[in-house]
Write a protein that binds this ligand. Sequence first.
Ligand code: CLR
Length: 438
Amino acid sequence: NRDELTDSQREVLDRILANKSFAGYEDGPRKKLLLDDDDRPRISLWGVLKNLIGKDMTKMTLPVSFNECTNLLQRSAEDMEYTDLLEKAAAIIDDPGERLVYIAAYAASSYSSTIDRIAKPFNPLLGETFEYSRPDMGYRMFSEQVSHHPPIGALIAESPRWEFYGDSNVKSKFYGRSFDINPTGLWYLKLRPNKGAEVEEELYTFRKVTSSVVGIITGSPTVDNFGDMEITNHTLGYKCILKFKARGWSGSHAYELKGTVVNSAGIPLWMVRGKWSDKIYAKKLDHQTAVTITNGMPETGDGSTDDAGPGSGGSAPFVIWKVHDRPKAPFNLTPFAITLNALPERLTDWVAPTDTRYRPDQRAMEEGRYDDAADEKRRVEDKQRAARREREQEGIEYEPRYFEKRVHDVSGQEYWAYKGNYWPLREKRELKDKGDIF
Ligand code: CLR
């Protein structure tokens, strides 16, 4: 309901609609792939990786059977799966501490999609783009590969109540025992709470934790996600330190996370606890519990791991996030990931020629044509190299089409800012000649 929106929320809604950002998406999200089963040949990871110790992912040429049918731009787009948490935080949560609890759950939720996905996403080509609109959820998202070495994908998602932007500057290295992936970019989240909130707009930032493929030598590879994530509300000074525990030797700490929300004075107000694979709980701390905090982490005392536990005070824990069901699917994709690469007839009128949906190698992979996928992958990568050589010969410096480097006025850090030009070009159907990379 437009009347219920604040001025700034309404402004965004009007811009999204004026650009006809939902045109082409009328058929609704795709429910299944063409394939019922991926039937990829099973190869020993260690057998292939043992000669590649010390290398990063971009310098490994692996057989396509190590790939899944997505790419890194689409893996970043998977951050949109649980944006209902952002909607909720902005629309109905008045307490800024509790809002941060929802933002923390959102930041953790994207890791649920890493389970059983031991496969290499395709590397986006320089200048490749990926758009994704969800009329049913009220947002539009756009991303572009802005650098090839190092691989950097910039992304912006816009909705009346929130805006999410940043870049995934992925550093990876194979250490022999484990394969570590560090997305080093800073992510920004603008939240526009509903009428009546003490602020019109809040800015949050956070960095992703380390993802790591472990169990390679033993033949039971698993993705683990671990490290500390600091989520900051720059507008009100609240902070949440969210600790992702490493699986450990026995796997006894698998998926666990816990964190505390503190206000600008450092007083702990909320506790977050749970598993990024399953459920996350929140618990409001009372004054009593706040005092017993030791080195920043509240102790519940009962040692429980899969719920927040009764704790020693404050109100009862409640579930704020629960993972979506995951029926068996090719490449172990989540139902959300399945929706990403769909190219219904009516969408072809709108998307850029550089959109991932037109990538022939990924399309072949998705349809189980693995030899075609390998051939096409080689062809588009050759084309990318040829374009780079041509630029070098002519002394042309590559400039991304839709994002540019700027210094952020709040974080003071360099980031990739959306130039604002993709959706208007799309609206006027002027994308047809914008790039030939496949
Ligand atoms: C994790 C969630 C983040 C974004 C992100 C970036 C890079 C992804 C990572 C996620 C998950 C694990 C990942 C990684 C790139 C490579 C790695 C997909 C999605 C896979 C598992 C490495 C496979 C190694 C091969 C040798 C098989 O928000």
